[in-house]
Ligand binder design. Sequence first.
Ligand code: COA
Length: 257
Amino acid sequence: MAVEIKKEDGILWVKFNRPEALNAINEDFIAGLKKAVEIAREDKEIRVMVLVGEGRAFCAGADIKMFSRIDAFRAREIIEDLGKVLENLEDLEVPVIAAVNGLALGGGCEIAMACDIIIASERASFGQPEINLGIIPGAGGTQRLARIVGWKKAMELCLTGERIDAKTAERLGLVNKVVEHDKLIEEVKAFAEKLKKKSPTALMLVKQAVNRGFKKGLGEGIEYERDLFTISFASRDAEEGIKSFIEKKEPKFGSRV
Ligand code: COA
């Protein structure tokens, strides 16, 4: 199986498992990731999803050997499948953390960018090397990268295909946190546990607000945020959170609805 899925204490662990090909993306991989996204959407016990790679790569991008066997029409279908899975992943109610253990290149970088949080091992590196194959990123690379690191830096990375290390990625705002390699899973777990204590409804609304604002203009984003704020204010979790603060107690938020 190209993707292993395991549920543990409300966390859905999704492991890319083709280490012999540096976890390159083939059709099985896309089907596995799609299934994981469906589980995270349907199973209300899941509170956080984590993506990680087996071996020395997070994911080295699309399977170039597969690319050598197909034409542009089939390539478009495959990249469209991946793109849709990434949109669904981005739209999940629950936060998604990319635990980037090593190389995150091409589609691997695109997958990480569709996650809400990127926690990277000090051994991680990022890049969009498609230019070196005479092609360009196809699963949101040129778009998400430019929005995350800025227009000119994204242009440079996509034009040169050069890799950047984890610290540089952190400096550019592509990575939230760089951690010691051996502590990656521990740190990701601690981050996930922190998120699990929050109101699932409020987490979902924050994601919607931030993502909508990111994709649309500022004015529309601010208006949307105001609508979602009103929805959150009317929720039971808001009642519990505000009351608990005043009574100096830990809030007991509800489950996903
Ligand atoms: N697709 C298919 N196979 C891949 C792959 C990919 N994207 N990336 C790595 N592999 C395979 C290699 O072919 C090799 O397989 P082999 O042992 O059967 O020859 C194996 O994974 C290990 O990779 P290798 O190139 O030997 O490791 P390296 O440490 O020398 O180099 C990279 C690592 C990442 C620099 C190099 O593998 C690379 O450039 N990969 C392609 C990255 C890319 O262009 N991604 C975008 C694709 S659109």
